[in-house]
Design a protein around this ligand. Structure first.
Ligand code: URA
Length: 231
């Protein structure tokens, strides 16, 4: 990509041609050396799915299979995520799936604070370009990063929060990481229960983002979505 294209990809407004902006941004990140993970990765694992998805999932970090294939959530946890999506009538192509860090930490260790800080700009840029209405955070790392709060996933799973991400209002929905549910039936049950609420939350998030029509004279103007019982 030419230098001018790289610059354009970094500043292109999300509203026009989000696909192109996202693809261009993916190209830009392919050579990222912002943290030490660049030295040990096979490749950068950029997000995948629909560039106009209303629903986005954010996991933790690529594992062995993602590092080899260059696509997030294609290993065992990814297969469970695909199955859970299928259970609510959605396919991977209809959503967007990304991670807190885009490069595999060696041996699948937890991402370090400096790696998360180095990569967070890439995640926020993807959110800004895609403009999802509902962001489901999978596990502790994405939940803490995107909520901006220290509360862990066990405490907050299944409880939606209202935040601004990438300059847009977003419903944040923390749920357990599928990897945590792979071998623990009780955890899988909780994850399935939390997943079942996604269609309803998506519907509510979409309504909350519809711009209000110009108020008729003397009509009560509701300025806070909370007054509509949406939040
Ligand atoms: N776990 C994650 O958090 N992300 C992946 O892409 C795969 C497994």
């Amino acid at each position: 990509m030419a230098v001018a294209d790289v610059a354009a990809a970094l500043v292109a407004p999300a509203a026009d041609a989000p696909e192109l902006s996202l693809i261009a941004y993916g190209d830009v990140t392919a050579g990222c050396v912002r943290c030490a993970l660049a030295a040990t990765r096979t490749q950068v694992v950029f997000g995948s799915g629909s560039p106009t998805a209303e629903l986005m999932f954010v996991g933790e970090a690529p594992g062995f299979h993602e590092d080899k294939g260059g696509v997030p959530f294609v290993g065992a946890a990814g297969k469970l995520l695909t199955k859970l999506l299928d259970g609510i009538g959605l396919s991977r192509d209809e959503v967007y799936i990304a991670n807190v860090v885009m490069c595999r930490p060696p041996g699948n260790r937890d991402p370090r604070p400096e790696e998360i800080s180095a990569c967070e700009g890439h995640l926020f840029r993807q959110i800004e370009l895609i403009r999802p209405k509902l962001v489901a955070t999978l596990g502790n790392f994405s939940t803490k990063l995107l909520s901006g709060k220290p509360a862990g996933i066990t405490q907050v799973h299944g409880r939606e929060q209202h935040v601004v991400l990438g300059g847009n209002p977003v419903t944040l929905y923390p749920i357990f990481h599928p990897a945590a549910a792979l071998y623990t039936p009780r955890m899988l049950q909780v994850l399935e229960d939390d997943f079942r609420r996604i269609p309803e939350l998506l519907g509510r998030a979409a309504v909350a983002q519809v711009p209000a029509a110009a108020p008729a004279p003397r009509q009560t103007v509701i300025e806070q979505p909370s007054q509509l019982g949406l939040f």
